[in-house]
Design a protein around this ligand. Sequence first.
Ligand code: PFF
Length: 504
Amino acid sequence: MATQASQVMEPHRGQWKTHWGFLLAAIGSAIGLGSIWRFAYVCYENGGGAYLIPYFVALVTAGVPLMILEYGLGHRMRGSAPMSFAKVSPRWEWLGWWMVIFVMFGIVLYYAVVIAWCVCYLWFSVTLAWGADPNTFFFQTFLGVTAGPHVIGDIRSPILLALIVVWAVNWLIVFFGVEQGIEKANKVFMPLLIGLILVLVAWNLTLPGAQEGMRKFLKPDFSKLSEPKVWIDAYSQIFFTLSLGFGIMVAYASYLPRKADINSDAWITSLVDTAVSILAGLAVFGTLGYMAGRQGKPFAEVVQHGIGLAFVAYPQAISLLPAFQKLFGVLFFLTLTVAGIASAISILEAFSAAVMDKFHYPRKAVVTVLSVLGFLGGIIFATGGGLAWLDIVDHSLSHYGLFIACILQCALVGWIYGAHRLREHVNAVSAKPVGRFLDFSIRYLVPAVLVYLLCSDLLKDIRQPYGDYPWLAIVLIGKDWLILTLIAALFVAMRPWRKPLKDT
Ligand code: PFF
């Protein structure tokens, strides 16, 4: 029986002390750099307030069902992604490993470097070190960008130092385990993060022109809804922002007690992440609106996306503030740092849990080794060629890797395990049941959407190499990263389990 099973506790596995602790940790994983700087720009570009329609459609039809799948599977199988998948079918264990390996030894390697940039900018805010030309400062002085991915250049020492700090913090939190480390940290991080964003929004409301920026961000343009790109962007944002396909939510849910309201938790996690993304968007666009007003430029000229927004446009706006510029800068980059670390620790935990489940190595040793490897692996992204590497690896993993992993995860649970069995389990433990739509979504809808996203990315990339990088770089860096992690996953999956898997 599924629900009895969940009472079986493996001695090496922790448990959340409170339900809140679990929710805050899951929300911490979801709210990340992507929610803060990506959501706002994508929303603005895709019809402002009207974009919320495809976004919510994607959330309801794909985001929440997949979140229920990941929570339900982890809770039912009491294991990290590889263990949970192996319990469904030993032949699929590799998929769990592949997920956690390409996220831990791919996405997090460069994600931690971007957090390290935020830590540096936190420091730079104290003196407004970017001066009058934040663009040159960021790309030349700070990153020392080289001619392309083939020219590695030198290691940027401020970034390297900050990277040590980032990994030391990740290590320290995960080292102490689920309850004493991750839960406690998120109980501080999440209120702090939401408080910081609220302060930034309130501050913005006092700036002339900021409300104009906020209006630009949310002003609906319904004509955009007929463009497929808007829907594609909404669905791809949902998977990344909710940390789906990372193996994280499976591991986090495996530490839940038997009675866990999985269905409501999936909704709460998704809606809080959305609310925080919208709030962060108001803060970001408010400041840009203020800057446009101060410089007498059209709004479209000051707005940038991704890293350009956080490290070029925003610093420029900070320098133009009428008062307390340094404090504003510190608050903004602290927000990004906290959001980033709460996400990074979630994958460090997801990977550590997988290794501990399989080999029963002690937590402290596993986390220490992984943190050192994570740091060492990240050094390549802290070089002059690092930005190009980051861009290529990110595109390859957070599009192709995550999409393929999510499709296979749906196939495994929807068809091999049986979507109805998963639904029966989550409904048995949740306060409110989910209907058969869950089965439809897992078996057909989410895989179909993901196959569509995958094909549209592939077609785009075939027509024009991503980011105009040389083909060789894309294949050698991006595709090889996927293939090498796949080989590593197959290798680990073939090793025997230290203790035979018990059917839960
Ligand atoms: N949900 C996170 C974000 O939006 O930034 C995605 C993430 C990235 C989670 C990296 C975990 C991670 F290590």
